[in-house]
Design a protein. Structure first.
Length: 149
């Protein structure tokens, strides 16, 4: 059976879900450091290699989101990059969005930043930018002809 098709043990899955839910709740309260701790605890429950589990992508995305909103764009980028390399991460527009936004904030390679933001746009459409600072979508529109996409 391919690794990404394997299922977590029920007890581990339940604990990972519990810790992730607690992390999400702390995130909603803008308690980013505490949220990150919950996501990190959940991640460390995953058997090695951790990236093989789909849970890895949403755990890393949760931690990355907390880092992003805390203004730590390098850590956000690192966590979203791990999410991208985890099972299911490549197919998640949100992961591509936050990678692109983190790269934008870090002033990393402009072409790769555009590629990430365009990937998010191609997967989710313009609506993925609805609740985001308009600078990200403006950057994309100024550099890519979206009419042909």
């Amino acid at each position: 059976m391919p690794a990404k098709m394997m299922e977590l043990d029920d007890r581990i899955y339940a604990e990972v879900k519990k810790l992730s839910a607690e992390g999400n709740e702390l995130f909603e309260q803008d308690r980013f450091e505490e949220a990150i701790e919950k996501f990190e605890s959940a991640y460390h429950l995953l058997p090695e290699p951790r990236h093989q589990w789909e849970a890895s992508s949403w755990i890393q995305a949760g931690a990355g989101d907390a880092y992003f909103f805390a203004g730590n764009y390098q850590e956000a980028y690192d966590h979203f990059s791990l999410a991208l390399r985890s099972a299911g991460g490549m197919d998640t527009g949100f992961v591509w969005l936050r990678i692109g936004q983190s790269m934008f904030e870090l002033k990393l390679d402009e072409k790769k930043t555009l590629d990430a933001l365009l990937s998010a746009y191609m997967m989710e459409g313009e609506k993925i930018f609805d609740d985001e600072d308009e600078k990200y979508f403006n950057f994309l529109k100024e550099n890519v002809d979206l009419r042909s996409k």
